[in-house]
Ligand binder design. Structure first.
Ligand SMILES: Nc1ncnc2c1ncn2[C@@H]1O[C@H](COP(=O)(O)OP(=O)(O)OP(=O)(O)O)[C@@H](O)[C@H]1O
Ligand SMILES: [Mg+2]
Length: 228
């Protein structure tokens, strides 16, 4: 049998601030299979962002293991971790973090331009991705000339630029009105279905969470099945 796509094993993570210790992740174990679309809910402060940051290697756990396609991620050297993060992970955050001085198409292209990909095909792909998220007409708009929902769709297109294996979305609809938020979730479902991108989506909206095929909850420092 082949190794699971992503396997998180007994991850612990605490923060230390002003001599106080906050135990956030207290033995998180979860397996995610290739192609899954998973929602992650949980109270504010329960550790959802911390969990996504650890999985995306933006932050290190205290203890625990993580295997991506059987390879132990926390045992990789710095270069290997950076490559894993850049090649395999796409992030969408609650704030879009688009660069204000660049157009939508340039923002989408940015990860590939930074990776020194050939600019011409890169810009072509950026425009195709904008078309996929329904923004072909807004390619030359700068972030200040886009609505909140449009900006978040640009951020999603940017996250897809380098064809990630795993998309990690941290409340991508947190700043949007419910119907625009549902549009982003529909888009995530479409991207998951059509491009086969595995995705974990943190949301505070239980209704939107329910629209995902698998639902997880962060509770008391552990990841549990949200339906239990
Ligand atoms: N850098 C930090 N230093 C100290 N404590 C932190 C730090 N980052 C997060 N925390 C604390 O860790 C806990 C988990 O934070 P986290 O951001 O993971 O929660 P969350 O589930 O994403 O919450 P929300 O739904 O509000 O985004 C919180 O109690 C928070 O105050
Ligand atoms: Mg959070």
């Amino acid at each position: 049998m082949s190794a699971p796509f992503l396997e998180v094993v007994d991850v612990f993570k605490s923060y230390f601030l002003n001599g106080k210790r906050i135990d956030v992740l207290r033995g998180v174990s979860v397996q995610i299979q290739q192609g899954e679309l998973v929602s992650l809910i949980g109270a504010s402060g329960s550790g959802k962002s911390t969990f996504l940051h650890v999985v995306g290697t933006l932050d290190l756990p205290a203890t625990g293991k993580m295997f991506f396609r059987g390879k132990s991620v926390f045992d990789m050297n710095d270069g290997e971790v950076a490559e894993f993060r850049n090649r395999s992970i796409g992030f969408v955050f609650q704030s879009h973090y688009l660069l204000p001085e660049f157009t939508a198409a340039e923002n989408v292209a940015m990860p590939a331009l930074i990776a020194r990909h050939d600019p011409k095909p890169t810009m072509k792909r950026a425009r195709e991705l904008l078309e996929r998220v329904g923004l072909a007409e807004r390619s030359d708009h700068k972030p200040g000339e886009l609505s909140g929902g449009e900006s978040q769709r640009v951020a999603l297109a940017r996250a897809l630029m380098l064809k990630p294996d795993l998309l990690l979305a941290d409340e991508p609809t947190g700043n949007l009105d419910p119907s625009t938020g549902e549009g982003i979730h529909a888009l995530l479902r479409e991207v998951n279905r059509d491009l086969g991108v595995t995705a974990v989506v943190v949301t505070h909206n239980e209704l939107l969470a329910k629209s995902m095929p698998r639902r997880l909850r962060l509770k008391e420092g552990a990841v549990v099945n949200a339906d239990d």
